[in-house]
Design a protein around this ligand. Structure first.
Ligand code: FAD
Ligand code: FES
Ligand code: FES
Length: 1334
């Protein structure tokens, strides 16, 4: 049978594809076939939103054009016949005119690295196409499927809320406290400004100017549809046009998969390597898309999208009597936290049911509600209730292979019937449930006697289950405490989970089943109380009421304060002004070029790494015969192909390719090279490796037991520890574990290597923070001098330390492939590979002993630090050194000893990550500090302040604290956050609420600025001034979103006294500035800025005679004159940080040039029953000296804080007992999303605080604010303490350990109560857990 032509439109242009392959996604097609690289690949699994596009089609049932957002990474091109696609390039560009959405995100500083920006733009654009005047809530909801790792989200929301009809920007005209323009200037703070951007500059949104729906598609709206067939290399896609056709096809191909949204099947194909040779699409069939309001409920065709179901149910809730819509409200509550808009607008209700996922959010709700399913096949039709028999096994349903689901009827509820749905996940938005449930009770008319009771759960077995043994026993019982106790005891028994159950968190999940029922019990009691105020079954204790409240978040409120530039500063001098990131407009329009956006070379090849599946093993054999059969296969590269040295790594302890032995899962063994990335993926799967397994060391505890360490112990000591402890009134000891963190930069590692064919020359385009090591490692591997290798970096889509050294894993392998084939080779890691292979932040274990006086004054401290370094040394020593130099945070400790050991384990080597060991050291410090306060019975803020250093103090490494602004930051933060008044309110709240608790905490940070390796504190710059007066600037730093290039242009502009518009930075390259230090350690602005300044001074000196000769001339005149006088207009600049260098051996020398300080105060609310928490408010006061660019600096403060929030409260890497990383993508690893940021977020840059030690009196800012998120961690701990005290005789002095991150599991487990004690499963050690701490 011949294949049909696929016809769709992209940005108004018709695309006719004669060879549509069902395996091709829209994303791959846009980027590769159409050259539209604005749409980005961040994860490939619908979890990050970087690939968001708008789809538009004519909906025949609704009789109108509909627009919706979708993930291009999951949309098969074959699903797009007669659909119009709009990408970020289609709505505006810097070459013509930016769209207001693009303009506003750029000007409001909502784009740092910019990799998420096109996706953000398209989510907002789609919302505006459907709702030109949205509410703030609608705006927030539209971003549930979009992640950003840089900005901390605040600026994105703030920029976009200028479109909102409520709380948006009113240009300061209305008395709106949320408006950025209405932040009152304090008379005493006349120099403080709250205006990071001016909304008056924004172009208005004019919906009439939007591109129209393609007329050709509109003309086809009533045309009859015929069956279509698209044939790919391995898969056939058949688009059925009628139900009969569909059923015939299903009879002919019973194994065929029906695909609607492809949000399940797409994942299975990509990540589970499933192949479905025949796919049938039912999207066009009216019967599967229809919605019918019947006498017993609303019936939805199985292909109805979740978005349309949500809309219909919302309308029903608004229009029907309340008692009829109890179930609908339950479904809507689940939908609120179900995926993001991009998924909900394409995923179908039938797809969710038939996938039969054990953690489906809808199935427990449908099962509890008594929903009915209509199932059809050729010649048969049956309607079955969705009860406990519907899912006979893991991912199985009652459907026979020929059958399809036609529709589902969701019933109306009845008088006396109550329904609730609950879900707890790691993150509220866009996360899969740990436990999810639907609960329904029907009472005998006019009584509280149970007639029907259904409790259905997901996440508690290999399928959706109903606890019918427990519920059956309660029929005819009354809704009272007795029933509550019996049900809880029954559920604890019936919903048993084996201690090694997949998904882990067994005690937590079991506790949740009871907590949810308790919430349901209270909710029903509450509703009964409302219906029958005479109260038949006992009043709801008012302190319990808040347990029944569904999650609500107030609209965001933000303030950012910074010091205005001095009056009289020239307009051209942009230093100190909130200049937007120079590339932000191009980032917003999709024009900004990232590594993988570079157009493909004609003869380019794709590389895919082949990595170990075992943590420690000998390689016995490698068989590539299956790989060779994959079309487009070119070669396999391995250690045998290396012309130079296979030894690599910072400590010369790594190999480019493992030769005989692998030492972690993800260890690179070889790579396949093929014509396309898809073929490369298949070929890599075809490489078969046999191993002889060796014993592996996975965790810190394993390493300690086996004495497995990298290098000797590191130690720092001051004072007399023995004396200190002997004088102490009290001594507390304990330990704290801090989990690792994945960088999760939105752009994964990427390299293109282009052999030049001459003398071993090669050019590499790399997403790296370290051009120097990239160059030297490649040269060493190829056995050529470094002068043959050019490494070029335009920009990165985020780095955060993850691209400081680990990028070389990819670039060296790709270079070898390019060398071997003589052709350009490209590799961009998939998200799962990136997470597996490249390591992250080191997990830490701290064992401490602290001695203190009754007053809270610390007199002695001893801490043993252990980090999980992984299978190579990499930067682990430097990371531990920084830990040891930050173990005091901001406190003076007279007698102190810190030791550090780097655990050598069989995990991927851990590496640099924003903060570089500092946050771990400081978290341990704040942990014992809070224990000291609790033990002394003193307010924590008092004990912290008492122990804080003072101006002129010496640290324990003998560095004098000069310009010590931490006390100022502290006092300002204490005042601006109204700490004391709010503390009383928190105490009051906690007294009045039994199951919700609040915590408030203020935390300082002191962060040392400099590379600890002294020679790295150097930088170079190169300036070319062209005869037209334009300046090309190059320096040693790379741009990864932190705004370094923008700041460098500002510095050069101020130094040369010319407008920034005359200065341009094109890229970072080893051929312009050599031997650069990595862009890291927060010092890049300091050192490169100074180098730029020096280069500018040389130019100025050379221009001086021409200025003197022509004092009224322009910059261009002087430049031209100099040129004509044969004066060089190219200059280098160089800078070395003076007097830094510290020796651990002698505890002498100066490790840091200076310190950056900050203080944060955070308030949280926890739900003691579920472990959920809300970040209510954070106030930060940060000393960044005289900010070079307050918008960029505040962006760094907020972005780092939110990344820290992820580290300390959310992000959890899970490893199997064998050392296999389980969490390898956004579906399982949760970075903060829009909903995680504090509802009130106030950031203020300390005024009048010039720093003598860095360029234009500024300070480093990249890493220091990250630790301030510990204020949230300790606020959570305070809230837990309040909860525990309530259940343990009010003992507020009892100490307890809360390890980081404070996830819902840890919070819930720590809030011990009657439910947790009912749910303890087994003694650890008696079983092999699903995951283990490393
Ligand atoms: C980023 C992301 C977030 C997600 N979040 C959640 C979440 O929060 N909660 C949750 O429960 N799920 C979640 N999911 C899972 C998924 O979105 C849902 O299960 C979705 O409803 C599947 O619908 P679909 O149309 O995309 O299914 P498809 O992938 O198109 O199909 C799924 C399966 O259903 C079968 N099928 C579809 N329709 C029929 C029919 N009419 N008759 C017979 N078989 C049929 C298909 O053959 C296939 O086996 C998420 C998925 C992603 C990618
Ligand atoms: S790339 Fe598509 S959602 Fe992440
Ligand atoms: S700007 Fe959002 S990921 Fe970098």
């Amino acid at each position: 049978m011949t294949a049909d032509e696929l016809v769709f439109f992209v940005n108004g242009k018709k695309v006719v594809e004669k060879n549509a392959d069902p395996e091709t996604t829209l994303l791959a097609y846009l980027r590769r076939n159409l050259g539209l690289s604005g749409t980005k690949l961040g994860c490939g699994e619908g979890g990050c939103g970087a690939c968001t596009v708008m789809l538009s089609k004519y909906d025949r049932l609704q009789n109108k054009i509909i627009h919706f957002s979708a993930n291009a990474c999951l949309a098969p091109i074959c699903s797009l016949h007669h659909v119009a696609v709009t990408t970020v390039e289609g709505i505006g560009s810097t070459k013509s005119r930016l769209h207001p959405v693009q303009e506003r995100i750029a000007k409001s500083h909502g784009s740092q690295c910019g990799f998420c920006t096109p996706g953000m733009v398209m989510s907002m654009y789609t919302l505006l196409r459907n709702q030109p005047k949205p509410t703030v809530e609608e705006i927030e909801n539209s971003f549930q499927g979009n992640l950003c790792r840089c900005t901390g989200y605040r600026p994105i929301i703030q920029g976009f809320r200028t479109f909102a009809r409520d709380g948006g920007c009113c240009g300061g005209n209305v008395d709106n406290p949320n408006c950025c323009m209405n932040q009152k200037k304090d008379d005493t703070q006349v120099t403080q400004s709250p205006c990071l951007f001016n909304p008056e500059e924004f172009m208005p949104l004019d919906p009439t100017q939007e591109p129209i729906f393609p007329p050709e598609l509109l003309r086809l709206k009533d045309a009859p549809r015929k069956q279509l067939r698209f044939e790919g290399e391995r898969v056939t896609w058949i688009q059925a046009s009628t139900l009969k056709e569909l059923l015939d096809l299903k009879a002919q191909y019973p194994e065929a998969k029906l695909v609607v949204g492809n949000t399940e099947i797409g994942i299975e194909m990509k990540f589970k390597n499933r192949l479905f040779p025949v796919i049938v699409s039912p999207a066009w069939i009216p019967e599967l898309n229809v919605v019918e309001h019947g006498p017993e409920g609303i019936s939805f065709g199985a292909a109805c999208t979740l978005e349309s179901v949500e809309k219909t149910l919302k309308d029903a809730v608004a229009n029907l009597p309340a008692h009829k819509t109890e179930v609908f409200k339950g479904v809507l509550e689940q939908m609120r936290w179900f995926a993001g808009k991009q998924v909900k607008s394409v995923a179908s209700i039938g797809g969710n049911i038939i996938t039969a996922s054990p953690i489906s959010d809808l199935n427990p709700v449908f099962m509890a509600s008594g929903a009915k399913l209509t199932i059809v096949s050729r010649g048969t039709r049956r309607t079955v209730p969705m009860d406990h028999t519907f899912f006979p096994g893991y991912r199985k349903t009652l459907l026979t292979p020929e059958e399809i689901l036609l529709s589902i009827e969701i019933p109306y509820s009845r008088e006396g019937e109550f329904f609730s749905a609950f879900k707890q996940a790691s993150r509220r938005e866009d996360d899969i449930a740990k436990v999810t449930c639907g609960m329904r009770v029907l009472f005998q008319p006019g009584t509280t006697q149970v007639k029907e009771l259904a409790l259905c759960y997901g996440g508690m077995a290999d399928r959706t289950i109903s606890a019918f043994k427990t519920t059956r026993k309660q029929l005819s019982n009354f809704w009272n405490e007795k029933l509550l106790h019996e049900v809880c005891a029954g559920l604890a028994e019936e919903l048993y989970l084996a201690p090694d159950a997949p998904g882990g968190m067994v005690d937590f999940r079991r506790t949740l089943t009871l907590s949810f029922f308790f919430k349901f019990y209270l909710t029903v009691l509450h509703k009964l109380g409302k219906e029958h105020p005479e109260d038949k079954c006992g009043k709801l204790d008012p302190t319990f009421a808040s347990a029944t409240f569904l999650f609500q978040k107030d609209p965001p409120a933000n303030v950012q304060l910074f010091q205005e530039v001095p009056k009289g500063q020239s307009e051209e001098d942009t230093v100190g002004r909130p200049l937007p990131h120079l590339a932000s407009a191009m980032q917003a329009s999709g024009e900004a070029v990232y590594c993988d956006d570079i157009p493909r070379y004609e003869n380019e090849l794709s590389l895919r790494l082949v990595t170990s599946t075992l943590a420690h093993a000998k390689i016995k054999s490698i068989d590539i015969s299956e790989a060779q059969k994959v079309p487009g296969f070119v070669c396999f590269v391995s250690a045998d192909d290396i012309p130079g040295s296979n030894t690599t790594g910072l400590g010369d302890d790594e190999t480019v390719f493992a030769k005989d032995k692998v030492t972690c899962v993800g260890h690179i063994i070889g790579a396949v090279v093929t014509d396309t990335p898809e073929h490369a993926q298949r070929a890599a799967q075809g490489v078969k490796i046999t191993y002889e397994e060796l014993p592996a060391i996975i965790s810190i505890e394993d390493a300690i037991k086996n004495n497995s360490f990298w290098g000797p112990e590191l130690k720092i000591e001051k004072g007399d520890l023995r004396k200190g402890f002997s004088e102490a009134d009290n001594i507390v000891s304990g330990e704290l574990y801090i989990g690792g963190q994945d960088h999760f930069y939105l752009e994964t590692h990427c390299t293109i290597a282009v052999p030049k064919g001459e003398a071993g020359e090669m050019e590499l385009f790399v997403s790296t923070q370290n051009t120097n090591k990239t160059q030297s490692f490649v040269a060493n591997m190829l056995g050529v001098p470094a002068n043959r290798i050019v490494v070029r970096v335009k920009r990165m889509g985020g780095g955060f330390g993850g691209k400081e050294t680990r990028s070389t894993l990819v670039s060296t392998a790709v270079a070898l492939a390019a060398h071997k084939t003589g052709r350009p080779v490209r590799c961009m890691l998939d998200r799962d590979e990136d997470m597996l292979i490249t390591g992250g932040r080191h997990p830490y274990l701290g064992r401490y002993k602290v001695g203190f006086m009754k007053t809270g004054r610390i007199v002695a401290l001893e801490v043993e630090h252990y980090s999980n370094a992984g299978n190579s040394l990499d930067l682990s020593r430097g990371v531990m050194e920084r830990t040891l130099l930050h173990m005091d945070n901001g406190y003076k400790i007279p007698n102190i000893r810190g030791t550090g050991r780097l655990c050598k384990t069989n995990l991927s080597s851990n590496t640099a990550f924003r903060g570089f060991g500092g946050p771990q050291g400081m978290l341990i410090a704040e942990h014992w500090m809070s224990e000291v306060a609790v033990t002394c019975g003193l307010p924590a803020e008092e004990v912290r302040r008492k122990n804080m250093y003072k101006e002129g103090d010496l640290t324990y490494f003998d560095q004098k604290l000069e310009g010590f602004t931490l006390p100022r930051c502290w006092d300002e933060c204490l005042a601006s956050s109204q700490y004391h008044a709010r503390k009383s309110e928190v105490d009051k709240f906690n007294k009045e609420n039994c199951w919700k608790k609040r915590g408030l905490c203020i935390i300082p940070t002191k962060f040392g600025i400099s590379f600890l390796t002294p020679f790295l504190n150097q930088a170079g710059a190169l300036i070319h001034v062209y005869t037209d007066g334009s300046v090309l600037l190059t320096h040693g730093g790379t741009e990864m979103g932190q705004g370094l290039h923008t700041k460098m242009v500002q510095v050069a502009g101020k130094a040369l006294k010319i407008p920034t518009s005359k200065i341009y930075i094109s890229e970072t390259s080893t051929s312009t500035v050599p031997n650069t230090s990595p862009t890291a350690a927060s010092v890049s602005t300091d050192i490169n800025g100074q180098a730029v300044y020096e280069a500018c001074q040389t130019i100025l000196k050379r221009l001086e005679p021409f200025k003197r000769k022509n004092p009224n001339g322009s910059w261009e005149d002087w430049v031209k004159a100099a040129y004509q006088d044969a004066v060089s207009l190219s200059a280098t600049g160089f800078y070395k940080t003076p007097n830094v260098g510290y020796s651990f051996e002698t505890n002498s020398g100066k490790p840091f040039h200076y310190f950056t300080y900050g203080v944060a105060c955070s308030e949280v609310e926890i739900d003691c029953l579920t472990g959920d928490h809300k970040n209510l408010r954070t106030d930060i006061v940060m000393d960044v000296g005289c900010s070079l660019n307050p918008a960029i600096d505040i962006g760094q403060v907020e972005g780092a804080f939110v990344q820290g929030l992820g580290l300390f409260t959310l992000e959890e890497l899970h490893y199997s007992p064998e050392g296999n990383l389980i969490t390898r993508g956004p579906s399982t690893y949760k970075i903060p999303a829009f909903g995680n940021i504090p509802t009130e977020f106030r950031v203020s840059l300390l005024r009048d605080s010039p720093n003598k030690k860095a360029i234009y009196a500024s300070k480093a800012v990249g890493e220091p604010p990250l630790f301030l998120a510990a204020s949230v961690f300790f606020a959570i701990k305070d809230a837990i303490r309040a909860a525990r005290a309530q259940h343990a005789d009010n003992n507020t002095k009892a100490l307890f350990q809360l390890d980081s991150p404070a996830t819902p599991e840890k919070i819930r487990n720590a809030c011990v109560d009657k439910f947790t004690t009912l749910s303890v499963t087994d003694v650890p050690g008696n079983y092999k857990p699903w995951s283990r701490r490393v």
